[in-house]
Design a protein around this ligand. Structure first.
Ligand SMILES: NC(=O)c1ccc[n+]([C@@H]2O[C@H](COP(=O)([O-])OP(=O)(O)OC[C@H]3O[C@@H](n4cnc5c(N)ncnc54)[C@H](O)[C@@H]3O)[C@@H](O)[C@H]2O)c1
Length: 321
């Protein structure tokens, strides 16, 4: 089993690579090789089998052809630029998030090997005038370019799968929190930084009110779900290979209370409240009650509580002081 992780230098890609390296199998078969491809040189990952790292730009079809070779059985397509970045740079967003997906699918089709492709979509595909709660069959109505690019990626994945060119599966990720490292250019970045920075003894700014509701999943569960996602038998996916990944709805107040329950009262005192209308405009488009019934039936899971998300951050990611 050879696996290619495109976007393998990123947050989810690195965590996925470490988890696969630890487990050593996917789809019931021993992993022989993982290739981590990214526009930046991915950090190496230790495993009992070879893990290669390479650079690749998915906006360039030739670059995709160099890394996507006929011996790859499973592709994780994680590479993307995130929401606020794609909103700021319209052309780059479409080139990477949409054309990049097209290049990967076209290359897979040309190879004729029908690889499994796991595509990370986003709950940002929903928005505007849609019924609440959102079920798997609610129509996609993205209100950002990023969401529109992911929605097109889903349609492509479905059509290339229907034609038998690839065995695709797409998962609309909730906001993954607590994200380690530094703030990124996602409009949702504060949904991790208001926890991560205070847990690390630093100040953070919250740009929305404390009753702001949103849909979350921990990195640990996200990676487990991506592994399960590759393993679902194709016949169980039905006529739409894209679905929500399970998460849970929490308010900002509930996140902070969970942090206090796990780490004591000090971290919450490091949060500064400063309304930012542009961030609020983007993230308010994602305020929905989501019901990920299909994914739950197929064995994907949400976290049991937000306290778990905080504990996972402290166990897996908190920098040593
Ligand atoms: N983290 C979240 O909360 C979240 C939520 C919804 C969806 N997603 C999706 O999950 C995936 C992984 O997210 P993440 O949080 O790890 O993001 P990330 O930004 O940490 O990782 C994405 C990686 O893609 C790489 N990349 C960007 N442009 C590229 C290009 N042209 N060619 C090759 N590589 C390129 C980046 O260098 C980066 O390493 C993305 O597709 C993202 O849209 C993430």
């Amino acid at each position: 089993m050879n696996i290619l992780i495109i976007g393998g230098g990123g947050f989810v890609g690195q965590k996925l690579a470490h988890k696969l390296a630890e487990g050593g199998t996917l789809r019931g078969t021993a992993i022989s090789k993982i290739v981590l491809a990214d526009i930046i040189d991915p950090a190496p990952v230790d495993a009992s089998f070879p893990v290669e790292t390479t650079t690749c730009n998915i906006a360039d079809a030739a670059s995709v052809a160099d890394v996507l070779t006929g011996d790859i059985q499973v592709i994780y397509l994680l590479a993307a630029i995130v929401s606020a970045h794609a909103e700021e740079d319209f052309d780059l967003g479409w080139q990477i998030n949409m054309m990049g997906a097209m290049h990967v699918l076209e290359r897979a089709r040309a190879l004729g090997t029908k690889p499994v492709i796991v595509f990370t979509s986003s709950i940002a595909v929903y928005g505007g005038e849609v019924p609440d709660p959102i079920i798997d069959h609610t129509f996609l109505n993205p209100q950002t370019s990023y969401g529109a690019q992911k929605a097109v990626g889903e349609l492509l994945l479905n059509d290339y799968s229907r034609k038998g060119f690839v065995d695709g599966r797409g998962f609309r990720l909730p906001t993954i929190s607590v994200r380690p490292g530094k703030p990124n250019r996602a409009a949702s970045s504060f949904m991790s930084s208001i926890l991560r920075e205070p847990l690390n003894g630093q100040e953070a700014v919250c740009p929305v009110e404390d009753d702001f509701l949103h849909y979350y999943l921990s990195p640990r569960k996200c990676v487990e779900n991506l592994i399960r996602g590759a393993e679902i038998p194709a016949a169980d996916l039905g006529q739409n290979r894209c679905m929500m990944m399970p998460g849970r709805m929490w308010s900002i107040r509930q996140l902070i209370d969970a942090m206090t329950a796990v780490a004591g009262p000090d971290p919450a005192t490091r949060i500064r409240w400063d309304a930012q209308p542009e961030i609020k405009r983007i993230v308010s488009g994602w305020r929905f009650d989501l019901r990920p019934e299909k994914a739950i039936k197929l064995g994907l899971e949400a976290d049991a509580s937000f306290e778990d998300n905080i504990r996972y951050y402290l166990e897996d990611d908190q920098p040593a002081s």
